[in-house]
Design a binder for this molecule. Sequence first.
Ligand code: HSE
Length: 346
Amino acid sequence: MTITHRIALIGFGTVGQGLAEILVDKGDSLEQQHGVRFQIVAVSDLLKGSLYQATGLDAAALLEVVRRTGKLEEYPVNRGLFTGLDSLETIRRSNADTVVEISWTDVQTGQPAIDHVKAAFENGKNAVLTNKGPVALAYQELAGLAAAQGVQFRFEGTVMSGTPAIRLAQRALAGCTISQIQGILNGTTNYILTQMETGQSYASALAEAQRLGYAEADPTADVEGWDAAGKAVILANVLMGGDLQVAAVDRTGISKLTLADVDAARAAGERWKLIAKVWHSDGTTKASVTPTRVPLSHPLAGVGGAVNAVTYTTDLLGDVTLVGPGAGRMETGYAVLGDLLEIARE
Ligand code: HSE
């Protein structure tokens, strides 16, 4: 038996289009293997416009029209198609089971994404996010609201894109206590540092990371360590019971590192990595993001390009390390798919 799970996409940029592509390519095999068909019923994007059709939109046609015209509202007109609903109206009025919040991330305010997630819960809908803002700033409040409404709140893509860093800790390591988390949590900066080792300038490597879709809309968030700090806070608060604010993270970015610094590290048999760390101290949870010179023998030294890694230090297993993509269109689209499958299973 196949169930249909209806989704509304709030945002149709890189991640939304990556997810739509996955659904076009794998819709049939997902149905065969997992008994579920994910149907996009609504898409609302601040720049591209908005569509809602209760019986489902054609994902391939959505991709085609956006690539050709840049606008959703050029989608073929047909009976039952609504256009022009804003994001909150889309969340309230659509018949979606799950709202996928993939609009831009604002790690300072978390808005408008926090309001989107609240509206989803208030209307009895699950929420899946790749948007870090709401989870970094309001995890406890949103998790409480979701529980009170009996809906699900999932955000695997907020840390390490589709690499299941959160699910690994919550599911596969269930029963272990995590005492420390350490890792490379930002793809853009790791890509820049890797490219600088080949002699490419900081500015040109950053431009490349933007072109490849790794960087945030405002790449200051990446290079000054805000993005990694937000992810460290998510891991601290979700996995280690912390109540940490992004502003409390001891944070330094990579924007001051020069090719000379990179060369000096190489000459000493070391390499620069932007290391995020979470630990307990004096009864509270602390976090830092710091450019660090690590020896080539260090477990994180070999993690290059936009790849990320996280090491969980646990009581029962010692260190468990997960390495995988940390950014990218299909990689983050897959994060949403993983969360949707978990919701559909439950
Ligand atoms: N800008 C982020 C990064 C995207 O470079 O890691 C994924 O969160």
